[in-house]
Write a protein that binds this ligand. Structure first.
Ligand code: GCU
Length: 675
């Protein structure tokens, strides 16, 4: 087999007749879809039927029959008055025997079917089950950083399954991918890297229209809108113009014609993602224009076709001088975009990374959340574990995402609004919003390199759909589906490893929010000063006295980008959450933390603990030999956990030795720290 079905395995349940009856699984055997004729037009109709019939047959060994004589035991119903787009309900409380799935559209019904199958696959009883699910976010998106030569920027799971040799791939795996991500509620996907170069610039030309359309149609069958990343300099590179100034009439006209052409050729296209004026990519700054000028020009060009422009806020000066302690990369997103609040058109959405730096293991929440009050916003997280172990280490990120979503921004007039409230469009009644993850898939057999990294793909979709879910329940659901047929002890152990994994990774890598300390370029493994004298603005400023960046008003002033009381909380050492202490403050090694430990002792202790956690994960897994239903997956995970345990020791020793050499303080517990 070229690829696994991941959490959609639907392993046959071994249940007695009586158990099937008790759990009301019998009610899945015949179904009806009233008003079927009208619904057949919906692109998701085929997927709805096949997912339901195939899923039930795989799980229960009986294929559901569609009936029209009123004898059905399960009824699908589309009720436009039901509620918001994609909402659905599953209800088995009507007469104690029959069930109903109701939604406002067929995509909602499809989500309902995937939900129902998850319930059955994890052995839940349908008797008395009733739940209404309304998606938290309008847009639930994945960004693939796939290049057209087949490589993937920050890809850790093999090559691209969207592109190879400058061609667009449309094959079995396209559909398998669409099923997988639709099953957890993803409704939008960008297929190409944000850094649009070379052949990718031509994705909006007839060189690729047929294949892009074919891809978009398969996506559409699963309720997913295809998006493309765009090259802001396309008028020059494709159109032969001498500029791409967003206010130039010739440029404006070029884009209008281009968009007409693109949307006629690919009518299902959702819109475009743009990385402009960032890390060498072209943008409006070249012409003295700002990001609103750039985004709005494109937004006007796609508006006639219902298209959206998603504009990234990851804009900073990547040619900094380490000697300059006033310029602060963390400030740049806010400094660039806050003055533009209110200027973006309704079909523009700003895409903001979760933190002000770049997907570190710990960062404060980006101050644009709670800052912007008149702009559509989307939260960008990364499940490709660029800085969190690159899918060699297990690092389950839902607990981190949950903290970000639950962060209170104290936006004026909406003091209780969390990040989740803002991006959902609930707080500001924005026209658009949502959440996006940089994807972690590739053409590896198991999709994500590390089998456990699939928990991040699954978890992201589940959390995007319902931001109130709890990360541990998501982990358990994923483990039960993926490792169906394993022992209960094995499932418990997997959940335990997942839930301990982000804290463990944080413990054995960079301390207390300072970040980086990785090898330059590829970003894997420890290198404490790897970026310290470089141009990227990612410094930790460690010396013989202490470590940390002063981002208070006495330093770079970044703390003042937050609303009160957050600004004051971060400004003062006493109130700054300790997990972010070094992000905001320069702290001497002998400073006493709330635990009573000195900073240096905390660094030693957490590094010993983190490496021990990684060793424990490996031991736990070894003890599960024979208890995991999928032997190949067991071996793959075993191999990765060994790599992680070794790498964690390397991190521990490099970090501890670095700081020991700087301050000369002995470990209170006399453990081995290399000279
Ligand atoms: C990070 C990453 C780059 C990526 C960039 C982005 O800096 O290392 O590979 O292009 O983020 O998000 O645009």
């Amino acid at each position: 087999m070229e690829y696994t079905e991941a959490w959609l395995k639907y392993r046959r349940l071994s249940l007695s007749r009586q158990q099937c009856e008790e759990r009301l699984y019998d009610s899945l055997i015949s179904y009806a879809i009233p008003f079927e004729e009208g619904l057949k037009e919906s692109p998701c109709f085929g997927a709805l039927i096949s997912e339901f019939e195939n899923g039930v047959e795989a799980l229960l060994g009986m294929r559901p029959q569609r009936v029209t004589d009123g004898s059905e035991t399960l009824r699908f119903a589309v009720d436009p008055a039901f509620g918001s787009e994609d909402a659905y309900s599953i209800d088995f409380t009507q007469n104690g025997k029959n069930g109903a799935i109701t939604a406002s559209d067929v995509r909602g019904l499809l989500y309902g079917v995937f939900h129902l199958l998850r319930l059955v696959a994890t052995g839940k009883s349908l008797a008395d089950f009733s739940q209404t699910c309304v998606p938290s976010n309008p847009l639930r998106m994945l960004n693939h950083w796939d290049n057209m030569d087949g490589s993937i920027e920050r890809g850790y799971s093999g090559r691209s399954f969207f592109f190879a040799d400058d061609q667009v791939l449309v094959n079995d795996r396209t559909r398998a991918y669409a099923r997988l991500v639709a099953s957890v509620g993803i409704n939008a996907v960008v297929i190409n890297n944000v850094n649009v170069k070379n052949a990718a610039t031509y994705l909006i030309t007839d060189r690729y229209f047929d294949k892009v359309r074919a891809l978009s149609e398969i996506f559409d069958e699963y309720g997913i809108a295809l998006y493309l990343s765009l090259n802001f300099a396309a008028p020059m590179e494709l159109g032969g113009l001498d500029k791409s100034d967003p206010l130039d009439p010739g440029v404006i006209e070029w884009w209008q014609k281009k968009m007409a052409e693109v949307f006629i050729a690919v009518p299902k296209l959702g819109g475009f993602l743009v990385k402009a004026d960032s890390e060498g990519r072209p943008g409006p700054f070249t012409y003295g224009r700002d990001h609103a000028d750039g985004a709005n020009m494109l937004a006007r060009a796609v508006a006639p076709y219902g298209g959206r422009i998603i504009w990234r806020c990851f804009v900073y000066n990547c040619r900094q001088d380490w000697r300059d302690t006033k310029t602060d990369r963390a400030r740049s997103g806010y400094d660039n975009f806050m003055p533009l609040d209110g200027r973006f058109l309704d079909n523009v959405i700003l895409q903001i990374k979760n933190g002000p730096m770049d997907f570190q293991v710990r960062e404060p929440v980006h101050p644009l959340f709670g800052g912007l009050m008149k702009t559509n916003q989307m939260l960008e997280v990364q499940i490709a574990q660029e800085y969190t172990g690159q899918q060699k280490h297990v690092c389950y990120l839902m607990p981190m995402f949950k903290e970000i979503l639950d962060f209170k921004t104290y936006m004026p007039g909406h003091e209780d609004a969390t990040v989740a409230d803002i991006i959902s469009t609930r707080t500001l009644k924005n026209a658009n919003g949502g959440i996006v993850a940089v994807a972690n898939t590739g053409n590896d057999e198991n999709w994500t390199g590390h089998d456990f990294a699939a928990a991040n793909l699954f978890g992201f979709g589940r959390l995007a759909f319902d931001t109130t879910l709890d990360p541990e329940s998501i982990a358990r659901e994923w483990a039960e589906l993926t490792f169906a047929g394993s022992t209960k002890a094995a499932i418990d152990a997997i959940v335990n490893i997942l839930m301990r994994s982000w804290p463990a990774y944080e413990k054995y890598t960079s301390p207390l929010g300072i970040g980086w300390m990785v090898n330059p370029n590829h970003h894997y493994g420890p290198n404490v000063e790897g970026y310290e004298f470089d141009r990227w603005g990612t410094y930790h400023r460690a010396n013989w006295r202490g470590i940390g960046v002063d981002r208070t008003t006495k330093g770079t002033g970044y703390t003042m980008q937050y609303r009160e009381p957050n600004a004051s909380m971060y400004e003062h050492v006493e109130t700054c959450p300790e997990e972010l202490l070094l992000f905001f403050h320069f702290i001497p090694y002998d400073y006493r933390l709330k635990t009573g430990k000195t900073l240096i002792q905390h660094i030693y202790d957490t590094h010993f603990e983190g490496a021990q956690d990684a060793a424990d994960f490996l031991d736990t897994w070894k003890n599960l030999d024979g208890q995991i239903s999928d032997k190949e997956a067991y071996e793959r995970v075993l191999e990765r956990l060994k790599i992680q345990a070794e790498s964690a020791v390397e991190w521990r020793d490099r970090i501890n030795t670095y700081f020991y050499r700087h301050c000369g303080t002995e470990d209170e517990h006399g453990r081995k720290i290399y000279e």
